[in-house]
Design a protein around this ligand. Structure first.
Ligand SMILES: Cc1cc2nc3c(=O)[nH]c(=O)nc-3n(C[C@H](O)[C@H](O)[C@H](O)COP(=O)(O)O)c2cc1C
Length: 253
């Protein structure tokens, strides 16, 4: 077994939930549907998130949003990712019956698609702490575990990742995932381990590092160099879901 499994693989406590491993499957639009999540879960992924689901679309009961938020009853941790910028809409969603099946609400504060950012959603929220805080607080009213997925900022220079991480913790978040590339870089280029480490050092809630993990050695390096509690894999796991088997020592049932 490899260096991640031997030195870093462990369970991950997220609020009242216990994920069987700290190797997580990232939300990937157009990919992380029920069937895919079952595959990576069988290979040992501790949590596999839905793709981002727009709060407005769920409230309007759009077919595509309802499909995104569909879970199998035996998925271990039903983790729904939401995207939106209006705390009131999150409040309405939480008050309805939309989230009955959900164990963990993950709020997308990292999406850097220009239309999303312009409308104050995704990564824009890293630069709007009061609004981001109200969204986390609204989600917490559900009584479910809540996590946030963010980036260091739109640029590394403007980033205030430590302040943002503390805001998440103070607002009630149970976990924070930091994709270490700033928004302006979207999904390419170097991942700032410094930004991830800064977030980790600023809070007591678990912090998960994301970005550029393609091999067991990358996963171990992320853990070693940033001190994070877990790692999240995106594209490399879409290409090779079996990577979770190597990381967690679990092979598919
Ligand atoms: C095609 C594609 C779709 C994505 N969809 C989402 C999404 O729905 N929600 C989200 O938070 N991030 C999304 N991401 C970002 C990934 O979750 C992840 O943060 C990013 O790919 C970096 O991780 P990686 O280098 O391991 O791929 C997407 C990325 C790609 C390439």
């Amino acid at each position: 077994m490899g260096v991640f499994y031997e030195n870093y693989c462990r369970r991950l406590v997220v609020g009242s939930l216990v994920a069987p491993s700290n190797a997580l499957m990232a939300p990937i639009y157009g990919c992380t549907n029920v069937e895919f999540r079952r595959v990576v879960e069988n290979f040992g992924a501790g949590i596999a998130f839905t793709e981002m689901t727009h709060v407005e679309c769920l409230l309007k009961k759009k077919e595509s949003a309802l499909e995104c938020a569909r879970f199998d009853s035996d998925e271990k941790i039903k983790a729904l990712q939401l995207i939106g910028g209006e705390p009131d809409l999150f409040r309405r969603l939480v008050e309805g019956s939309f989230l009955e099946d959900v164990d963990l609400i993950d709020v997308n504060m990292g999406c850097a698609v220009p239309d999303i950012v312009r409308s104050g959603r995704g990564c824009a929220l890293v630069h709007d702490l009061p609004r981001a805080s109200q969204i986390v607080e609204a989600c917490k009213k559900s009584g479910k575990a809540v996590s946030v997925k963010c980036r260091p900022g739109m640029t590394l220079k403007e980033g205030r990742v430590a302040e943002f991480a503390r805001m998440c913790e103070e607002s009630g978040a149970d976990m924070l995932t930091v994709h270490g590339r700033p928004g302006e870089m979207r999904h390419e280029g170097p991942v700032s381990y410094d930004a991830i480490a800064e977030a980790k050092a600023s809070v007591r809630i678990p912090v998960v590092g994301n970005g550029g993990v393609c091999t067991e050695a990358d996963a171990a390096a992320m853990m070693r160099e940033t001190g994070v509690d877990g790692i999240m894999i995106g594209r490399a796991a879409v290409e090779n879901p079996e990577i979770f088997g190597a990381l967690t020592g679990k092979s598919e049932k």
